[in-house]
Design a protein around this ligand. Structure first.
Ligand SMILES: O=C(O)CCC(=O)C(=O)O
Ligand SMILES: [Fe+2]
Length: 360
């Protein structure tokens, strides 16, 4: 790898690289408040995002038992009879159960590709029926669609415990993101005070390694700010490195795989990478994944951060509201969202296709 190193990063030794490519960042010192640890982790983060777009997160403090529980709940949910899963079928808020797609995603770039071989269940922030956003039927702010408690006892409480722990971690990590961008450390605090969260629970059947036209999850970039994938016992994630090579992401015990998405890329004037990745489950067994997507709240205006623009390098994108962006993205990514009224490509992504490495 040829590191693209900013001045501030140059003073710090590059972090350990997993698979020779992906930085391993230990945040235990930062979380414990050790003097100097935040600055060091932030420099490593900057290196990771300027060069790779992915990192392994160690020292995160999330108990392994909670991670095991989330995987166990993914297995328990997907083992339910199909009629129970279809009873909570995915809706126009992208909440609920999505069967294995029969068609590729609706956007033009994906036409002709074979659909991803996974089924998924989506949760968002838990809300009471009288929450104003629920009452107003605000897009992506509806109630979660839980299966009956009697059908899968404890599922709801366990997933809410997991989501709460990961959200808490994300809200701390955004300080490192701010520091890594030479912004005041509290820069992202307000828009992550109540972040927009999406918990995906995926089940990937084993696919045939001989047929390289079929993917478990087609190559894509994530839409948002950060994605946290807890350590997985079954590998299958592949990362499209900036030089074009595909790297099979090694499993690192105790370390999350974390990546940035298109909103981080846009917010930083394309300085921080949103790197394409895909899943191919050649393991011969079922594979589960429980990615947690953490975004700024949907009222946030995404406008190039001050440290990523200058007279010589003006902002490449107009300001956009996070919620509008999320709707545009979902409408092109998901078949069941394709018919909803969404902002147009011209409003959201002028010029984005030219620079995006999004492939699915
Ligand atoms: O299953 C994985 O390891 C990655 C999943 C992923 O990229 C996604 O859900 O966006
Ligand atoms: Fe992804």
């Amino acid at each position: 790898m040829q590191p693209r190193t900013s001045e501030a990063t140059a003073s710090v030794a590059p972090p350990t690289l997993i698979g020779g490519e992906i930085p391993l960042i230990d945040v235990s010192g930062f979380l414990a408040g050790t003097p100097g640890a935040a600055e060091r982790a932030a420099a490593e983060l900057r290196f990771a995002f300027e060069n790779v777009g992915f990192y392994y997160l160690a020292g995160h403090g999330v108990p392994q038992a909670l991670i095991d529980l989330a995987y166990a709940e993914a297995a328990r949910f997907h083992a339910l009879p199909l009629d129970k899963k279809l009873a909570v079928k995915v809706d126009e808020h992208n909440i609920g159960y999505m069967p294995i797609a029969q068609k590729p995603p609706p956007n033009a770039a994906a036409q002709g590709k074979k659909p991803s071989q996974n089924e998924a269940y989506f949760l968002r922030r838990e809300k009471a029926p009288d929450h104003p956003d629920v009452v107003a039927n605000r897009r992506f702010h509806a109630m979660n669609k839980w299966p009956d408690e009697a059908t899968i006892p404890g599922f709801r409480a366990n997933m809410l415990a997991y989501m709460g722990a990961i959200e808490g971690l994300c809200r701390k990590l955004v300080r490192l993101y701010a520091l890594s961008l030479d912004l005041p450390e509290t820069f992202f605090d307000a828009c992550f005070a109540e972040p927009h969260v999406i918990q995906r629970m995926s089940r990937y059947p084993a696919i045939d390694g001989a047929d390289d036209t079929v993917n478990s999850l087609v190559a894509h970039t994530d839409s948002g700010f950060m994605t946290l994938l807890p350590p997985n016992k079954v590998q299958g994630l592949e990362i499209n490195l900036p030089d074009g090579r595909w790297l099979e992401a090694p499993g690192v015990p105790d370390a999350f795989v974390v990546n940035g998405g298109d909103i981080l890329h846009r917010w930083t004037n394309e300085r921080f990478l949103s790197t394409p990745h895909r899943v191919r489950n050649f393991s011969g067994q079922l594979r589960y994944a429980v990615p947690f997507f953490c975004d700024p709240n949907h009222d946030t205006i995404i406008e190039c951060v001050p440290s990523c623009q200058s007279a010589d390098a003006p902002a490449k994108y107009p300001p956009i509201k996070m919620g509008d962006y999320a709707l545009w993205f979902a409408a092109q990514r998901y078949e069941h969202m394709a018919k909803v009224q969404a902002p147009s490509e011209a409003e959201i992504a002028p010029g984005a296709r030219a620079t995006s490495r999004w492939q699915s």
